[in-house]
Design a protein around this ligand. Structure first.
Ligand SMILES: NC(=O)c1ccc[n+]([C@@H]2O[C@H](COP(=O)([O-])OP(=O)(O)OC[C@H]3O[C@@H](n4cnc5c(N)ncnc54)[C@H](O)[C@@H]3O)[C@@H](O)[C@H]2O)c1
Length: 263
């Protein structure tokens, strides 16, 4: 029997960027827990396999297609999602892009492209979700931020700034919309092993370095995010809003005094 605190049966959930590595795992996790999910991505080709896998497993899923890089596009995706679901209980803002470059090589076009998808899309999707959730008197938004919001690495300056923006936006939305019964929280994962991050961990020596600096001894897998996302989307977190859960295998808990004894 499902614990009622974590029960998602019948919840109408829109996940943006859910044709991707993390969003697709989250979409399946929601569907396995009885939610009705709308799987959004840029193209039908990216959303369809996720929808088909959920349906084949007996879950309920529909595709939503649209480019969220404009404010109008982002709002439209949320309205489409709510239309096909018959309302909206949970919005998971999962869409995100990166272009890894040293700061001196970043162009204004790079900057605008990353900001438009990682920050502006989240802002206007959340605004559109609020318009739908407010009359319902309840709703929940979960943002996929990143540990880079607080702990940066080289070549991700614009990405990190947008994720700090998402974490900050999470607090602003929570503050303004609590009165409407809408909770807004975020997760900040460290590197999760996906195609998105393969350039970082793909070579053996890089993998060993990550395993070494991460106290639990390994990088994250997409499945490591499920528990926190389900918690934030369910009644188990009913008094939690404006918060961010850091999922980093202990990276920011502290360092190892002996790590450099061979230097
Ligand atoms: N993978 C990681 O290690 C990691 C760590 C921390 C945070 N994140 C965040 O998690 C989220 C998902 O990451 P992922 O690894 O699944 O990435 P991914 O590239 O696999 O998925 C992102 C999806 O967004 C879609 N998308 C991109 N631009 C779009 C646009 N303009 N309109 C509509 N859809 C668009 C892509 O088609 C893709 O399917 C991102 O926000 C990312 O910043 C990832």
């Amino acid at each position: 029997m499902t614990d009622p605190l974590f029960d998602l049966t019948g919840r109408r959930v829109l996940l943006t960027g859910a044709g991707g590595a993390l969003g697709s795992v989250m979409a399946r996790a929601f569907a396995e827990r009885g939610a009705h999910v709308a799987v959004h991505d840029l193209s039908a080709e990216r959303a369809a396999p996720v929808v088909e896998a959920i349906q084949a497993a007996g879950g309920q899923a529909v595709a939503v297609v649209g480019d969220v890089s404009t404010a109008e596009g982002s709002s439209d995706v949320v309205r489409q999602g709510a239309d096909v679901l018959g309302g909206l209980d949970v919005l998971l803002n999962g869409v995100g892009i990166n272009r890894r470059k040293p700061m001196e090589d970043v162009t204004p076009e790079d900057f605008d492209a990353i900001v438009s998808v990682n920050l502006r899309a989240i802002y206007f999707a959340s605004q559109a979700a609020h318009a739908i959730m407010r009359p319902q008197g309840r709703g929940c938004i979960v943002n996929l931020s990143s540990l880079s919001a607080r702990f940066s690495f080289n070549t991700i300056s614009v990405y990190a700034a947008t994720k700090a923006g998402v974490t900050s936006l999470t607090r602003s939305c929570a503050r303004e919309w609590a009165v409407d019964g809408i909770r807004v929280n975020a997760i900040e994962p460290f590197v999760i092993k996906t195609e998105f991050t393969k350039p970082l961990w793909g070579e053996d020596h890089r993998q060993r370095w990550f395993d070494h600096i991460t106290p639990v001894g390994r990088l994250g897998a997409p499945e490591d995010l499920i528990g926190s996302v389900v918690y934030l989307a369910s009644d188990a977190s009913s008094w939690v809003t404006g918060q961010t859960i850091v999922l980093d295998g202990g990276l920011t808990a502290g360092a190892d005094w002996d790590a450099f004894r061979d230097l």
